[in-house]
Design a protein around this ligand. Structure first.
Ligand code: SAH
Length: 306
């Protein structure tokens, strides 16, 4: 028997078209009700993705150093702290948006550990890394901002007597991690409206510029013109730092949108250490200000998972 009318009272006179989970027959009225429930459940599940907001998930913001977190932390409202495995996370609101902030410490191991805890404990909708970097692109000066279109680990690969070869990409660990276009577009909007203090140089005042660029990451502070030339040649990179690609990879593997924002503190050359000490505060603040403005843009036009 293919079907039989089992409910006379539903007024629809439908034939049985399915089975319930106990293996019994299911009536047309039940099927319609089930259909309605499925529609409602799907609508509830999809709504946040459609409108990109309202699911209450925070934006995660990481920095490596306390200096890089200072301005963000100062602006944080409804501040609360929670510590996991020795990493302290600050929750609250920035620009009216729910955020989780953490300072990872220097280097890829610390960055990956903090990113993993952030994703596991707070389920952020997207992750932004804000901080300072050494400039590889000769056009960049201290205070300028690089919006990371892609990141790579520059010290991960094969080393022979003659040469260094970057890692062989695998499906779970690509050489370059691309930032999602939606976050990059939001950053472009910030670039068009963010205001920075002019920087005084020996040749007069200059306004910091913002570019899209490639950011590479390794467990060394680069202060070597030879290394700068090699990194530029191998990775076509604009800035070098010590955490971004680690965070981007952890996020990419979990399908959480991630973007690295860095302001130039030095030029990774022989004067890098001195410049770093001199410009760390100004560059950290520029990156934090850019990130604050980015939160405002994201509040206007949120980014869904990719
Ligand atoms: N003050 C620390 C060192 C900071 S390392 C100490 O005393 O040990 C530099 C930090 O800034 C890292 O978090 C890195 O991401 C970034 N950075 C800035 N300039 C850099 C450069 N030239 N090479 C690598 N990382 C750089």
């Amino acid at each position: 028997m293919v079907g039989r009318k089992i409910w006379g009272g539903n007024g629809l006179g439908r034939k049985m078209v399915g089975r319930n989970i106990r293996g019994g027959r299911m009536g047309g009225g039940n099927m319609i009700r089930l259909f309605h429930i499925v529609i409602v459940v799907l609508a509830v599940a999809w709504w946040p993705l459609c409108v990109g907001a309202g699911d209450g998930r925070p934006t995660g913001i990481l920095t490596a150093l306390p200096e890089e977190m200072q301005v963000l932390s100062q602006h944080l409202k409804d501040k609360r702290t929670r510590t996991f495995l020795g990493v302290t996370f600050q929750t609250g609101k920035l620009q009216g948006r729910k955020v989780v902030l953490a300072t990872s410490g220097i280097g890829k191991v610390n960055a990956a550990k903090t990113a993993t805890l952030l994703l596991d404990r707070f389920h952020p909708r997207e992750v932004i890394f804000s901080g300072v970097a050494g400039g590889l692109n000769p056009d960049l000066s201290p205070g300028d901002i690089v919006i990371g279109t892609r990141t790579a680990q520059h010290d991960f690969g094969k080393l022979t007597e003659r040469e260094f070869e970057p890692q062989t990409p695998t499906p779970e660990t690509p050489l370059f991690i691309e930032a999602p276009e939606a976050l990059l577009r939001a950053a472009d909007r910030v670039a068009a409206r963010v205001k920075f203090d002019p920087i005084l140089t020996t040749r007069g005042a200059r306004t910091p510029r913002v570019i899209r660029g490639v950011i590479i990451t390794g467990d060394v502070f680069v202060a070597s013109p030879t290394k700068v030339a090699e990194l530029r040649e191998t990775f076509k990179a604009d800035a070098v730092e010590m955490e971004g690609a680690a965070v981007a990879l952890v996020c990419w593997q979990q399908r959480v949108p991630c973007m690295v924002i860095r302001s130039i503190s030095d030029k990774a050359d022989v004067g890098a250490w001195e410049d770093f000490e001199r410009f760390i505060k100004m560059a950290s603040d520029n990156s934090a200000r850019f990130t604050l403005e980015l939160l405002r843009v994201l509040a206007e036009q949120p980014v869904a998972r990719h």
